[in-house]
Design a protein around this ligand. Structure first.
Ligand SMILES: [Zn+2]
Ligand SMILES: [Zn+2]
Length: 302
């Protein structure tokens, strides 16, 4: 029956189908990436990012494309930010930002320091150009000890945001890696998890009554629809090289937690593309040995 349903789907949201019209507006379904050779006839510049102006799956295409390039796709400005990140990682004193991030009480890291981490990750994973609308986020620690399942949340633009909230007291079971303990790694992963929600909230169009609607690709499964899954998978695979640490975005849990609410089931090919079975840090050789720390098998998602 699964195979039969798969064949009956009207569309497969895959790269091979990108030319299919999906939005009601001609502009939001457009590819974001530049096309052609600069200076040659037919060259098209990368589209500027506008607020709520792009189809969610075109945004996913864009992040996947960038992440596939790994560090070779970083601009000079991004490399400088990545160097600043390396400096943070190399400061292993007990008072350093990343060591305090691994403390039991998150409040030991100030809001300004959390916003600095958010900005570093935004710059590395969701870079914008001077003509793009900017994604600027606030941050707040929360005391959610009564709700141990709540680790982080993103509050949308139209609901008092844009704001990333995180529980100051979470006790995770994961593994440490290099100089970072499991709490620090979990908090860094949570920042990136929420940044994906923010990115889609900022830039994804709200076209309705189309083949691939916002409701289907973004909103369903509590925001962990197709677009979120594709972006999270791409970022998780690139994180060991770009940051030097394996991060886990909780992709599998995001699906199982929303199981009852799934309205638009993914196809088998889509789920394969999300690579839910992924052994962290073992996928590829890394040349940047000062940066990359090979840590245990992992694979267990948050
Ligand atoms: Zn649209
Ligand atoms: Zn989420």
């Amino acid at each position: 029956m699964v195979i039969e349903l798969d064949q009956r789907r009207k569309s497969q949201r895959l790269a091979s189908q990108r030319s299919k019209q999906v939005c009601t507006s001609k502009t939001c379904e457009r590819e974001i990436a530049a096309a052609g050779i600069p200076g040659a006839p037919g060259y098209r510049e990368r589209a500027s990012l506008v607020r709520q102006g792009h189809h969610a799956l075109r945004l996913a295409d864009e992040i996947e494309r960038k992440m596939e390039l790994r560090k070779h796709g970083l601009s000079r400005g991004q490399k400088e930010i990545r160097d600043a990140w390396k400096d943070l990682c190399n400061d292993k004193s007990a008072k350093s930002l990343l060591q305090r991030l691994g403390g039991k009480n998150g409040i030991d890291v100030s809001k300004a320091e959390m916003k600095r981490l958010i900005n570093i990750f935004t710059y590395i994973f969701f870079p914008t150009t001077s003509t793009d609308a900017k994604m600027e986020l606030d941050f707040a620690w929360q005391d959610w000890r009564q709700m141990p399942q709540e680790v982080g949340a993103y509050r949308e633009l139209d609901k008092g945001g844009p704001l990333i909230c995180m529980c100051a007291f979470n006790y995770v079971k994961g593994e440490s890696c290099g100089s970072l303990n499991e709490i620090a790694l979990d908090r860094l992963s949570t920042i990136l998890h929420e940044l994906i929600h923010a990115y889609l909230d900022f830039y994804a169009c709200r076209c309705v009554e189309v083949l691939d609607s916002f409701e289907e690709n973004v909103d369903q499964a509590q925001g962990h629809g197709r677009a979120w899954q594709r972006i999270a998978s791409a970022i998780e695979r690139a994180a060991p090289e770009l940051l030097g640490y394996p991060l886990s975005m909780g992709r599998f849990e995001s699906l199982t937690a929303a199981w009852k609410y799934f309205k638009h089931w993914p196809s088998r090919e889509e789920v394969e593309g999300w690579q839910l079975v992924y052994s962290r840090g073992k996928e590829e050789e890394d040349e940047d040995e000062d940066m990359y720390i090979q840590c245990g098998g992992g694979g267990e998602d948050r």
